[in-house]
Design a protein around this ligand. Structure first.
Ligand code: COA
Ligand code: ZN
Length: 307
């Protein structure tokens, strides 16, 4: 695909209320509801509301059932949640989640630390999650964490990533998200994985990317992926995320920066950038610190010439 060719539309999936807030000191359930409701008004079509995990493992995600029960559901918006296992899927389906994201790391070391399971056990859990969700007519996406690098194992070979994705396909998964969990991807490793997927006959259309900006490569990674036809990207409002106990850790690519960039590439997002910036600014007051998003501070020049 020539480098000046981009898909004509895109989907930005907001993950701030889960991936962002899970790294923060817990905030009130009411504040989480307000955040999701505000995001629902910006034109985003997919919002990750929270996760169903052990509350002692991730205290900030306790009460996701109450968040789901009290948000104002906007027509056309899919409210998604992350689950690590069958138990989480059962809780999520009962709580009325529209879609599940089930996670497994390519790196066995990371999976063991994060989910206390081997990769084999996670694949088995995912098979059961897909079965359970199908019986309730709830779609499932698999997130392959550490797809571009692992903080414990280092570089991750794309061949391993594709092999795990193939196993998950056999377990019934049909949509996939490849996650750069700790921001180790670069444009060349993004291309290497997409090439490996293409060689395995993978349709780019069922690929989503989950990018973190820990080393400042997030948006560059997004652009090369878009040049190869990827059109679904995760992002967190204001760039919320990172770990308060890990100096230098940062969050996902900021949603406003992603929306601004995708719209400039002609990859229509349908998101109201100014409304989104207001949500990011309000969020700063809720969590009590400045967020790393850049477009939110750039003044009215962030507007595109056509706007
Ligand atoms: N949600 C809530 N509780 C859960 C649960 C879930 N998804 N899965 C298991 N539990 C409970 C079980 O009911 C059991 O409770 P009990 O002792 O009162 O009966 C207890 O946890 C132990 O169950 P077990 O299956 O042995 O789980 P575990 O202790 O090995 O924990 C995880 C595995 C995955 C549930 C846990 O490590 C976790 O929640 N990790 C969070 C991962 C995460 O969110 N990371 C960031 C995003 S990728
Ligand atoms: Zn993440």
């Amino acid at each position: 695909m020539p480098i000046d060719h981009y898909p004509s539309s895109s989907e930005v999936r907001e993950v701030g209320p889960r991936d962002g807030l899970q790294n923060e000191a817990p905030i009130a359930v009411e504040a989480r509801i307000d955040l999701v409701d505000a995001l629902s008004e910006t034109g985003l079509r997919a919002i990750e509301v929270g996760s169903f995990v052990r509350p002692d493992a991730i205290p900030a995600m306790a009460g996701t059932d109450r968040v789901l029960a009290s948000i104002t559901r906007r027509e056309g918006v899919r409210y998604r949640v992350l689950v690590p296992n069958l138990r989480g899927a059962e809780l999520a389906v009962d709580a009325g989640a529209d879609e599940l994201e089930v996670v497994v790391s390519v790196s066995g070391t990371h999976n063991a630390r994060n989910l206390k399971m081997s990769v084999d056990d996670s694949v088995e859990q995912i098979r059961r999650v897909v079965e359970r969700a199908a019986s309730a007519d709830v779609p499932v996406e698999a997130i392959l964490a550490t797809s571009f690098g692992c903080p414990y194992e280092g570089a991750v070979d794309p061949v391993r990533v594709v092999a795990l994705a193939q196993r998950l396909r056999q377990a019934g998964v049909t949509t996939f998200s490849f996650a750069d969990t700790t921001g180790m991807a670069t444009p060349l490793t993004i291309v290497a994985l997409l090439d490996e997927l293409t060689a395995a006959g993978w349709p780019t259309d069922d690929v989503a990317l989950h990018l973190h900006n820990t080393r400042g490569t997030g948006l560059a990674n997004l652009v090369v992926a878009a040049q190869r036809g990827v059109r679904r990207f995760d992002a967190s409002v204001g760039g919320l995320g990172g770990c308060p106990f890990a100096p230098g850790a940062t969050g996902n690519v900021p949603t406003e920066d992603v929306v601004h960039l995708l719209d400039s590439l002609g990859m229509t997002t349908g998101v109201d950038l100014e409304a989104l910036i207001l949500v990011a600014l309000e969020l700063e007051t809720v969590i009590g610190r400045q967020l790393p998003g850049q477009v939110m501070r750039a003044g009215p020049w962030y507007r595109l010439p056509s706007a």
